[in-house]
Design a protein around this ligand. Structure first.
Ligand code: SF4
Length: 290
């Protein structure tokens, strides 16, 4: 069995080893998430000379909640320290364009590494472990390619290939559970308080602003689900599949929300617990988009 520890694989962001790439390479528009416009490749006005954020402790009150949601999954330090061998875009401006182009590619590869390490830990996926281990190894090797190779990489094609394995993993993990088929479902603002969604297929579902207080989401496949503003207070997400930190960061929750062990409770969630929901029910809310 290959290494599956996210820390050992460098999948936890280490901002001290990064050249502030998310604050330079990525664009954002003035909105509820960002207090200003910024083009791709333009350093954020709050980025200090040491690549740290000048308003880190007060991002939300200063109008930058979007920055508290993003997580590079370790792509920033990999590009900074391995691909570009520790030479920043300030030291070597000539490499800046390529560094910014490689960063989103690396981010996608690290996301695949996250999913594959999780898949390898799922007991029900044992029959396909050799294929998962091979995909993990190949993805890891891709992350160590040169900047030129990474820039040219057809990352969408590699994602599609790995996704077949992740789909199979999900089927094996949810076998025997009757959570429902809600792939890509429009559940925006849905009232799912206390819903029994155990083992549900919620791949790519639109759960923006949904009321999921007290919902049972154990073994639910949440890959790519849009949880912005969804209320997970008191919800049980232990054993949910392919949930990532940015998804959790974008949602609301409280002290009673139960998360998978690999994820951490966002600092902006209140340290209080909401009143428990009533009995869990199956919900028929929403419609499929895909
Ligand atoms: S506000 Fe801070 S965290 Fe957000 S992009 Fe600017 S420097 Fe980065």
């Amino acid at each position: 069995m290959p290494r599956t520890n996210p820390r050992e694989l460098g999948l936890l962001a280490d901002c001290e080893s990064c050249f502030g790439l998310c604050c330079v390479a990525l664009p954002f528009s003035a909105s509820a998430d960002f207090a200003a416009d910024k083009d791709a490749g333009q350093p954020c006005r709050n980025l200090r000379d040491d690549f740290r954020c000048a308003i880190h402790a007060e991002l939300r009150p200063r109008g930058f909640p979007g920055c508290t949601v993003f997580d590079c999954l370790g792509a920033g330090q990999k590009v900074s320290q391995i691909t570009f061998e520790g030479r920043s875009w300030r030291e070597a401006p000539g490499s800046a364009r390529q560094m910014y182009a490689v960063f989103p590619v690396m981010r996608q590869l690290h996301e695949l590494l996250w999913y594959l390490t999780e898949a390898l830990e799922i007991e029900a996926a044992r029959p396909i472990r050799p294929a998962l281990a091979d995909a993990l190894d190949r993805t890891e090797r891709l992350t160590r390619e040169s900047a030129d190779a990474l820039e040219k990489l057809d990352v969408a094609a590699w994602r599609a290939e790995v996704n077949e394995l992740l789909l199979r993993t999900s089927e094996l993990a949810r076998a025997g559970l009757r959570g429902g088929e809600r792939r890509g479902a429009d559940l925006i603002g849905a009232r799912l308080r206390g819903a029994d969604l155990r083992g549900a297929n919620l791949r790519g579902a639109y759960l923006i602003g949904a009321d999921l207080r007290g919902a049972d989401l154990r073994q639910a496949d949440l890959i790519g689900a849009d949880l912005r503003g969804a209320d997970l207070s008191g919800a049980d997400l232990t054993g949910s599949i392919f949930l990532t930190q940015p998804q959790v960061n974008a949602a609301k929750g409280d002290r009673a929300t139960r998360l998978p062990a690999a994820l951490t409770r966002p600092a902006h969630w209140p340290d209080t617990a909401a009143r428990p929901a009533g009995p869990r029910r199956r919900s028929s809310a929403g419609r499929n988009r895909r």
